[in-house]
Design a protein. Structure first.
Length: 581
C-alpha cells in the first residue's frame, strides 16, 4: 500500500493548502535532502499532519480516524500493550464481528500488524490517523498506569526504613540505601512517568513532614505526588548514584548527569541538588537527545521575521543572537538554524553546556569548567579548528562576548544565546559586558527574542471580544497597528474590525485536562539596519531602539502572541501570562 506520490501531489494542490510554486520548492528540497515528499511538506509548515494524513488515506483508499476526543474502553485499548502502542504508533480502538480496528501512522508496518493479529487472535483492520490522536490515546494508558504507580508508591515508600540521624550516615550506608529495591522502584517510576507525560523537569522537595514531587509540563509545575518524609534520603541517594555525585556531601550544591534509553529514545538527565532547611532539594532536567526535525515555521516563526532569519543565515560572517530567559526555547531555535546550515561544504563547530541534541556532522564540545574548559577557552580552541559556522551555547561574560564578536569579524557566522527580556535588550547587555558599540554594529545582524506559550488542542471554543475586552486589550497593544499587521499577513479580511476578529478559549477534554498540549514560540525578530546601527553608536536606550525597530516593521513578542491567538494556536490569557509588560 505504498503512497503514489503523483496522486498525493495532485490532492495537495486540489486542497488549495499549498500553491504550485511552493510545492515545487518543497519537492526540490525533498530530493536534495533525500526526504519523502510528505516529510518535506510537514517540515515546511505549509500543511498540518491531520490534513496530510487525510489525503494519504484517500489516496490509499482506507478510512482516516480522529481519536483525539474519543474515550476508548480499556479492555480494547489494552489489547495492544502500551510500549508497543508508543513505539509503533498503533492504537486498538474498536472491536466488532469483522475484526479489530487499529489506528496507525504507518499502515505499511506489516510486522507489527502481524504481531497484534497473533496476540489478539483477531483480524486486524488498519486505519490511518495522526500523531495528535496517538498522543491523546496514550494519555488514557497513562491514567491506568497512574493507578499502578500509586500502588507502587504506597507499597514501597512505607517499606523504606525510617532514617535516624540522617546527617551521620556514612557513604557506604547511603549507597546501600540507594540500592534498596523499594527506592530503585520509586525512582524508576518517577522517571518513567515524567517521560511519559513529556515533563521537562522533576522537582523533589523536602518539607517539614512530607516529600513533595512535582513535574513541569509545558512550562507549568504540577503536583505529581506526596511521599512520606522518610523516603527523601533514599530517593536523593539513588539519584546521586545515577548522576555520579558525592553521596555524603549535603552541605554544598552539586551538579551531575546521567542517561537512559526508554522506548527506543535516548534521554539525558541533568541533576542539581541544593541544601534547604528541611533537607536536599533535587531538580532533574529531562533532555531528549534525538529530538530533531524542527523547522523555523513549526517553531512559530512567520512573515517578515521568518524571511529575515533566512536572509541572515545566508551570510558568511556576522552574528545571530537568540535571547530570552531560561527555558524559553533559545537552544532549540539555534539547533534548528544549525540544521538548516548543516551542509557537506561547511565546517560547523559548537561549544555548549550541556549538549542538548546530538547532530550528525557537527563538532560539538561540552563545556567542563571544573577542568578549565569554559565557554571562552573552548571558543578560543575552536577557532583554531578552521570552522565556518560557530555556535556558542551562551554568552555569559565579557571574555566569551569579546571572542564571539572577534570570530564574527574574522570570517565566521556566529550563532549564540544571551539572557535578556527583549531583542533590543541584548545591545545594552553586551555593552555592559564590555563590548564596544562600534564592534556590535559591525557584527550583529539579527536578534531574536522569544518565549514559549502553551498550544491549544484541536478541541477549542471560538469567541469574539466584547467592547470591554477590546478596551482592556488596547491598554497592552496598539490596536490599529495590530489590526494592520494581521491584515498585512492576510490573517483577517481587509475590512475586518476588532469586533469581527476571532479568538479561542481552552476547553477541557479527554485529549488534555486543561485544553493545552505542547508549546510554541512567540518571537520578535530585530534586524540591525543602518538606522539602528547609528542609534547603537549614539548610545540610544533599548526602548528607543525598539520603537525604531517597530517603525521598520518588527512585530513585538506581545504582538506576535496576539497574532498566534487570532490564528487559534494559543489563547490571549496564555500570552499575557507569559509576556508580562
Amino acid at each position: 500500500m505504498q503512497i503514489n506520490e503523483e496522486q498525493l501531489e495532485k490532492f495537495v494542490l486540489d486542497s488549495g493548502l499549498v500553491s504550485r510554486p511552493d510545492l515545487d520548492t518543497i519537492i526540490k528540497k525533498a530530493k536534495t535532502k533525500n526526504q519523502k515528499i510528505e516529510d518535506a511538506l510537514l517540515s515546511s509548515g505549509k500543511i498540518s499532519e491531520a490534513d496530510l494524513k487525510r489525503m494519504q488515506a484517500f489516496v490509499l483508499g482506507i478510512p482516516y480516524v480522529d481519536l483525539s476526543t474519543q474515550k476508548i474502553d480499556f479492555s480494547i485499548l489494552s489489547l495492544i500493550p502500551e510500549p508497543i502502542a508508543r513505539n509503533y504508533n498503533i492504537i486498538a480502538y474498536k472491536k466488532s464481528e469483522t475484526g479489530l480496528e487499529v489506528a496507525m501512522l504507518d499502515v505499511d508496518d506489516l510486522t507489527v500488524i502481524d504481531f497484534i493479529k497473533k496476540r489478539s487472535g483477531l483480524k486486524i483492520l488498519p486505519r490511518l490517523t495522526d500523531s495528535a490522536s496517538i498522543k491523546a490515546v496514550l494519555v488514557q494508558y497513562r491514567k491506568s498506569l497512574q493507578v499502578e504507580f500509586d500502588n507502587i508508591i504506597q507499597k514501597e515508600s512505607t517499606s523504606i526504613k525510617p532514617s535516624s540521624g540522617e546527617g551521620e550516615k556514612s557513604e557506604k550506608e547511603l549507597k546501600e540505601m540507594a540500592e534498596e529495591l523499594p527506592v530503585v522502584k520509586i525512582v524508576d517510576s518517577l522517571i518513567f512517568h515524567a517521560t511519559l507525560q513529556n515533563a521537562s523537569d522533576i522537582h523533589i522537595e523536602p518539607g517539614e513532614k512530607e516529600l513533595s514531587i512535582r513535574y513541569r509540563i509545558d512550562g507549568i509545575l504540577h503536583d505529581a505526588m506526596v511521599l512520606d518524609k522518610n523516603a527523601g534520603s533514599g530517593i536523593t541517594a539513588r539519584i546521586k548514584v545515577l548522576a555520579n555525585l558525592k553521596l555524603d556531601e549535603k552541605r554544598l550544591p552539586q551538579d551531575g548527569r546521567f542517561k537512559i534509553e526508554q522506548n527506543g529514545e535516548k534521554i539525558s538527565f541533568r541533576v542539581s541538588t541544593l541544601p534547604t532547611f528541611f533537607g536536599e532539594k533535587t531538580v532533574i532536567r529531562l533532555l531528549k537527545e534525538n529530538s530533531s526535525g524542527f523547522s523555523l515555521e513549526t517553531l512559530g516563526f512567520h512573515g517578515e521575521g521568518l524571511e529575515e532569519i533566512y536572509a541572515s543565515l545566508k551570510l558568511k560572517t556576522g552574528m545571530v543572537l537568540a535571547t530570552g530567559p531560561t527555558g524559553s526555547g533559545k537552544t532549540t531555535t539555534l539547533y534548528t538554524m544549525i540544521e538548516i546550515l548543516n551542509k557537506p561544504e561547511v565546517n560547523i563547530s559548537t561549544v555548549e553546556d550541556p549538549i542538548e541534541y546530538q547532530m550528525p556532522r557537527i563538532n560539538q564540545t561540552q563545556v567542563k569548567p571544573e577542568i578549565g574548559l569554559t565557554f571562552a577557552n573552548g571558543l578560543r580552541s575552536l577557532l583554531r579548528q578552521d570552522p565556518d559556522i560557530i555556535m556558542v551555547g551562551e554568552i555569559r561574560d565579557g571574555e566569551t562576548a569579546g571572542l564571539a564578536i572577534n570570530a564574527a569579524l574574522t570570517g565566521h557566522l556566529v550563532l549564540s544565546t544571551i539572557h535578556t527580556n527583549s531583542a533590543s535588550g541584548a545591545i545594552p547587555r553586551l555593552v555592559d559586558m564590555g563590548v564596544e558599540p562600534f564592534l556590535l554594529t559591525s557584527t550583529i545582524k539579527t536578534i531574536i527574542a522569544q518565549r514559549l506559550v502553551r498550544k491549544l488542542v484541536s478541541n477549542k471554543e471560538k469567541y469574539f471580544l466584547s467592547e470591554a475586552e477590546i478596551k482592556n486589550l488596547a491598554k497592552l497593544v496598539d490596536l490599529d497597528r495590530m489590526l494592520a499587521l494581521l491584515k498585512k499577513e492576510k490573517m483577517i479580511d481587509a475590512k475586518s474590525t476588532w469586533e469581527k476578529v476571532p479568538f479561542y478559549k481552552a476547553v477541557k477534554n479527554a485529549e488534555s485536562p486543561d485544553g493545552y498540549s505542547n508549546r510554541v514560540g512567540i518571537h520578535e525578530v530585530l534586524k540591525v539596519t543602518a538606522t539602528i546601527r547609528e542609534m547603537i553608536l549614539k548610545g540610544s536606550s533599548q526602548d528607543d531602539i525598539e520603537v525604531q525597530a517597530k517603525k521598520e516593521g518588527m512585530m513585538t513578542m506581545l504582538e506576535d502572541g496576539v497574532f498566534q491567538a487570532v490564528i487559534g494556536v494559543t489563547t490571549l490569557e496564555e500570552v499575557f501570562r507569559v509576556v508580562s509588560e
